[in-house]
Design a protein around this ligand. Structure first.
Ligand SMILES: Cc1cc2nc3c(=O)[nH]c(=O)nc-3n(C[C@H](O)[C@H](O)[C@H](O)COP(=O)(O)OP(=O)(O)OC[C@H]3O[C@@H](n4cnc5c(N)ncnc54)[C@H](O)[C@@H]3O)c2cc1C
Length: 300
């Protein structure tokens, strides 16, 4: 569903950016530096693709003719290709601006939600002094421990990243060689990551990742750089790599929008709209994402 998801996300982030008066998304192509001959071969094999109507197109993957263009900045012995139609969601702008708007409108309580205090009635929910028709949990990892949804097959995944200042590196592309270097808004600063860890003791940044990432940067970049931050996070991933969207089959006053794993930025706008349309107009939710597929488990 990439085409549908990405065009939806592009429109949604632009609309929210317009409303919040900030830049929430930009389009950048990705330069894929081949880390080994096999990857190069796989990329080249896929350059020409067929559209659903059978026409040949190289709209997404492109053999990049200006192979030497990035020589001043990177070491890359095996060449590069270009992936088009990539986007960067500027969460660093979106999240604080959205939080501020909610606060201005008196629509946000900045406190920990305590699920134990939630009272479920047949056609309403009650939490402290608030009564509502429904409650929707968009609480990421906390749903793993939430008594309504903790039986869902979540499979949290840890990832780490660095913020790196690289003065002089053009910010008109995203760069990839195993790891990704993505330009942040603001001159010369890049996001560098990430890894995928299925086994971990905590959500803290590790020295192992820092050392590995630094070695990678040293070998890849020809120009000077400075690591200014190191962060880690847990992705709310799921065993079958599909989101959890919809209303609880036993308690239809409770909803969920979660399980977007490694792809929350691209999937969230699309599925948030589906969930809203489902609640208001009873429109269907994509079956692969509908939490209804776990009706038996959630009825336990
Ligand atoms: C290193 C890394 C790299 C990633 N790269 C990408 C990428 O390139 N593209 C992409 O699309 N996605 C990426 N992701 C994944 C993306 O960040 C997630 O899919 C997305 O954040 C999930 O959104 P969410 O709103 O479901 O959950 P979260 O972002 O986890 O948000 C849940 C929110 O609920 C709040 N909350 C939880 N419990 C409570 C409570 N009891 N009371 C009050 N508030 C509560 C939390 O504080 C949090 O703010 C990456 C993740 C990581 C860690």
């Amino acid at each position: 569903m990439a085409e549908e998801m990405l065009s939806f996300a592009w429109k949604a982030y632009n609309e929210i950016g317009y409303e919040l008066n900030t830049s929430c998304i930009s389009q950048k192509n990705l330069i894929d530096f081949f880390p080994n001959p096999h990857q190069r071969h796989v990329f080249m094999e896929r350059v020409v693709q067929r559209t659903p109507s059978g026409e040949e197109t190289d709209e997404y993957l492109h053999s990049y003719p200006e192979q030497n263009k990035f020589n001043p900045f990177f070491n890359y012995e095996l060449g590069c290709g270009e992936i088009r139609h990539c986007y960067i969601a500027h969460l660093e702008n979106l999240l604080p601006a959205w939080r501020q708007q909610l606060k201005n409108n008196d629509q946000l309580l900045e406190e920990d939600f305590e699920v134990a205090q939630l009272i479920i009635h047949e056609d309403a929910v009650e939490y402290k002094n608030i009564k509502a028709q429904k409650i929707i949990f968009c609480d990421g990892l906390s749903s793993f421990e939430n008594r309504f949804f903790n039986l869902l097959p979540f499979a949290p995944n840890k990832g780490e990243m660095l913020i790196v200042e690289i003065p002089g590196l053009p910010d008109h592309h995203i760069y990839k060689k195993g790891f990704v270097l993505a330009p942040l808004e603001g001159m010369g600063t890049f996001w560098f990551g990430s890894n995928y860890q299925w086994k971990f003791d905590n959500a803290e940044p590790t020295k192992e990742f820092y050392d590995q990432a630094e070695r990678h940067l040293k070998a890849w970049l020809k120009i000077s750089y400075k690591i200014v931050d190191h962060k880690a996070g847990l992705r709310p991933a799921t065993l079958e790599r599909r989101p959890f969207v919809g209303l609880h089959p036993v308690h239809p006053t409770i909803g969920i929008l979660n399980g977007m794993g490694t792809k929350g930025c691209s999937l969230a706008p699309f599925f948030a709209k589906q969930l809203a349309d489902h609640i208001i107009y009873n429109c269907p939710i994509t079956p692969e994402a509908d939490v209804k597929r776990f009706s038996k488990i959630l009825a336990r």
